[in-house]
Design a protein around this ligand. Structure first.
Ligand code: PLP
Length: 431
């Protein structure tokens, strides 16, 4: 398999797929099958015993999923990946793969609302405590760590605050204490490589920029292969103690002939097997299609966003604009340290006319879609307090940066003049 270092080439040629060996198909085929014929009983036994990795059943692996997984692994510079049904299941798996009841993780407060709910409520019901800390102070992660802390969790470019997470600082603290950093890199594919800055695991909601066309839900987890799970034996019982569901296998030992993939292999063979959050081959195909043009689209997303942020910043109907291109001080330093080639395409702003003005603005948009999504090729807008963050208390909303009049934009790849014209006419209606 040839390897490439440039993202523009990796998205087209990276990973396991070249031409299909049976048909010569250049596009990745959609292997819409539940199961795969074994060559003989010995082959079947080797696959089930993990003596050989191969396709058994699509809930656990599939060649279309594999093409997506190996390409995104190459893009992020990791060791191996697992594609799953949604970004939510990817996040849940990143934590559940390391935790048992009584354990905890330390998470940034700056999170997607769905992740906040998962952490504050569902994981709590499962006996896993999530300790939320302010990412402005990286040392807060150290202070919240104890012997049962299994991971740190954060988003690279979290909305609504859009302040880039101090990846290197927190990863270094974690490595000193033996705690891996898991990064949600959904909003910054290509422009940020968290593994290069010391993160151990990266996840994406592929639903967003990677899919890029608003058609399919999906998620992926990439194992950096750069964290020593064995060294922190007591801290990682799920990887270092015999697994009764796999004939007493100890994952850090069992994977030795296969490479540094204990974390992701256990996620596939235990969590995906048991919880079944598999992505369909069709959705994996859709996300490969999106991935192939991601670098080009992202360039336009980012360039348009910088222009929109500058335009809104001098607009008389707007009070505050949030975008890394406009930040100063420590926030700007972090944006420049961790992002390359753009500042992402999310923008937050507040209209002068408050909550009601914000609603009038949304209702007046003609080209922007009013939807609960981000990262579509089309421009999107939403009022988080009444939608994506509505299940949070007002206090929780404010802690995650959502004020009542805040509007979120996900800038698309349309012509910049048409984007600005739609915003201007809606701002005029907002009053
Ligand atoms: N992470 C981030 C940053 C998101 O914005 C989202 C969804 O909006 C998710 C995770 C969850 O992804 P999905 O909707 O694919 O489950």
């Amino acid at each position: 398999m040839a390897t490439y270092s440039n993202p523009e080439t990796i998205v087209l040629h990276g990973g396991s797929h070249r031409a299909d060996p049976n048909t010569g198909s250049v596009a990745v085929p959609i292997h819409q099958t539940t199961s795969f014929q074994f060559q003989d009983t010995g082959h079947a036994a080797r696959l089930f015993g993990l003596a050989e990795l191969g396709n058994i059943y699509t809930r656990i692996m599939n060649p279309t999923q594999d093409a997506l997984e190996t390409r995104i692994t190459a893009l992020e510079g990791g060791a191996a990946a697992l594609a799953v049904a949604s970004g939510q299941s990817a996040t849940a798996f990143t934590v559940l793969n390391l935790t048992e009841p009584g354990d905890n993780i330390v998470s940034s407060t700056d999170l997607y609302g769905g992740t906040w709910n998962l952490f504050a409520n569902t994981l709590k019901q499962m006996g896993v405590e999530v300790r939320f800390v302010d990412p402005a102070d990286p040392e807060a992660f150290a202070r919240a760590t104890d012997a049962r802390t299994r991971a740190y969790y954060a988003e690279t470019l979290p909305n609504p605050k859009l302040q880039v997470f101090p990846i290197g600082e927190v990863a270094a603290i974690g490595r000193k204490l033996g705690v891996p950093l898991i990064m949600d890199n959904t909003a910054a594919p290509i422009i940020c490589k968290p593994l290069q800055h010391g993160a151990a695991v990266v996840m994406h909601s592929t639903t967003k920029w990677i899919g890029g066309h608003g058609t399919s839900i999906g998620g992926i987890v990439v194992d950096g292969g750069n964290f020593d799970w064995e060294a922190g034996g007591d801290r990682f019982p799920t990887l270092n103690k015999p697994d009764p569901s796999y004939h007493g296998a100890v994952w850090t030992q069992a994977v030795k002939p296969l490479g540094p993939i204990a974390y992701i292999l256990r996620m596939r063979t235990c969590l995906l097997r048991d919880l079944g959050a598999a992505t369909s081959p069709f959705n994996a195909f859709m996300h490969i299609q999106g991935l192939e043009t991601l670098p080009l689209r992202l360039e336009r997303h980012c360039a348009n966003a910088i222009k929109v942020a500058a335009h809104l910043a001098k607009h008389p109907a707007v009070t505050t604009v949030i975008h890394p291109s406009l930040q100063t001080g420590e926030s700007k330093r972090r944006a420049d340290a961790y992002l390359r080639g753009g500042y992402g395409s999310l923008i937050g702003f507040e209209v002068k006319s408050g909550v009601e003005g914000g609603k009038r603005f949304i209702d007046a948009l003609k080209m922007f879609y009013h939807v609960a999504n981000i990262g579509d090729a089309r421009s999107l807008a939403i009022h988080p307090a009444s939608t994506t963050h509505s299940q949070l208390s007002e206090e929780e909303q404010r802690a995650s940066g959502v004020t009542p009049g805040y509007v979120r934009l996900s800038i698309g790849i349309e012509h910049i003049d048409d984007i600005i014209a739609d915003l201007d006419q809606a701002l005029a209606a907002a009053g």
